[in-house]
Design a protein around this ligand. Structure first.
Ligand code: ZN
Length: 311
C-alpha cells in the first residue's frame, strides 16, 4: 500500500546533529521508510523564525542539502521527486519518494524570485507562516491573527502558477480563510488535526475542514499527543477519534497523514516512529473500516492532490 506522510522534520535533526538520513535514532530514516511499503515522504525545511531572523534562507538551503546529500550517497534508496511521474518511478523501483517542502515563508525575504529559485531547486510545497506573523501571513499563535498580506497573496498566486502545494497548517484562521478564497488549486493542511476533538490552536475547526473539502484539499493527521488530546500521553485510538470526526465532517476524501515525526518531542504509544504507521491501518481494519478507505487515508487522497497540483 502506498503511504504518503506529508510532514516530518527529520532533515533538520540530521542537519543539526550532522547525522545520517539513511539510518539514525530519530523517529524516521530512509531504512525504516523502505521497510514498510511504498513511501512518499515530505521532508520539511523548518527554521525557527525568531532564532534565525536574518538567516532563514541559508538554513533552509542547508536542510535541503541534507536530502540531496542522502540522494547522492544512496541513489538507489531515495529520490527527490518533482512531479507524479517521478513519484511513480521511485515507487516502482522501491525507493523512498522525497518531496521537498518549506515550513514558513520567512526564507523568501519578501521576494517572489526566491520562491521561483526554490521551486527550481526542487521545492514543491510551502507552508506560508509558522506560528507567528511573517511577511506573508499570520500564524496560529498570533492572538488576533490577520489575513494574508499583499505579498502573501502574490505568493499564493505564484505558487498556483508554478504548481506548488500551498500548505495551510500553522496559519491563523483569518489567513487560512484568505488562502482558501484566493487559491485556484487544492491546498494541503499537511499536519493538522480536528479542533472539535482536541481544542488546540494548531487544529482545524469544522468550518475550516469544510473549506478544505470544498476546495478539494487534504488535511494530514498529526501524531503529536498535545494535538491529539492536549496531554503528553496518547495512543492509536486518539488518532482514530480524529479520523472519525474528520470523516464525519468531510467524508473520506480529504484526510491523510502528516505525522510530524522529529518535529514532536513525544509520540503516541504504538506510533513511536515512521515504521509504526501500518499499525494505525491494522487498528482501523479491526474497527471494520474498509480497505478502500484505508488506502485513501494512507496516501490515496494526498496523491490525488499531488497529481492535480504538481506539474
Ligand atoms: Zn509544524
Amino acid at each position: 500500500m502506498l503511504i504518503v506522510d506529508a510532514h516530518c522534520d527529520t532533515a533538520l535533526s540530521v542537519y543539526e546533529n550532522n547525522s545520517d538520513l539513511y539510518e539514525n535514532p530519530y523517529h524516521l530514516d530512509i531504512r525504516r521508510l523502505l521497510e514498510t511499503g511504498s513511501r512518499v515522504q515530505f521532508f520539511a525545511a523548518f527554521v525557527e523564525p525568531r532564532t534565525y531572523m536574518n538567516n532563514t534562507l541559508a538554513k533552509v538551503l542547508s536542510i535541503i542539502d541534507v536530502i540531496y546529500n542522502a540522494q547522492e550517497k544512496h541513489s538507489d534508496k531515495i529520490k527527490v521527486c518533482l512531479n507524479t511521474s517521478d513519484i511513480k518511478n521511485a515507487v516502482s523501483e522501491n525507493m523512498a519518494a522525497a518531496i521537498l517542502s518549506i515550513e514558513g515563508g520567512e526564507c523568501l525575504n519578501g521576494e517572489l524570485s526566491v520562491l521561483r529559485q526554490l521551486y527550481r531547486l526542487g521545492v514543491r510545497s510551502m507552508l506560508l507562516a509558522w506560528n507567528y506573523r511573517n511577511l506573508l501571513a499570520d500564524g496560529a499563535e498570533e492572538l488576533h491573527g490577520a489575513g494574508l498580506s499583499a505579498f502573501g497573496r502574490q505568493v499564493v498566486t505564484e505558487m498556483n502558477r508554478l504548481g506548488m502545494l500551498v500548505d495551510v497548517s500553522h496559519l491563523c484562521e483569518a489567513s487560512f480563510n484568505d488562502v482558501l478564497s484566493l487559491t485556484t488549486a487544492p491546498v494541503i493542511a499537511s499536519h493538522s488535526n480536528s479542533k472539535a476533538v482536541c481544542d488546540n490552536e494548531r487544529n482545524l475547526t469544522d468550518a475550516q475542514l469544510m473549506k478544505i473539502k470544498d476546495n478539494g484539499g487534504v488535511a494530514g493527521l498529526n501524531f503529536y499527543p498535545f494535538f491529539l488530546n492536549n496531554t503528553k500521553n496518547a495512543d492509536i485510538d486518539d488518532v482514530v477519534r480524529h479520523i472519525e470526526h474528520i470523516c464525519s465532517v468531510t467524508g473520506e476524501e480529504h484526510i491523510g497523514i502528516g505525522a510530524d515525526y522529529d518535529g514532536i518531542e513525544c509520540t503516541p504509544s504504538g506510533l513511536e516512529g515512521t515504521q509504526c504507521i501500518p499499525a494505525l491501518f491494522d487498528r482501523l481494519l479491526q474497527l471494520n473500516y474498509s480497505g478502500s478507505f484505508i488506502e485513501k487515508l494512507a496516501g490515496g487522497n494526498f496523491m490525488r492532490v499531488i497529481e492535480q497540483v504538481l506539474q
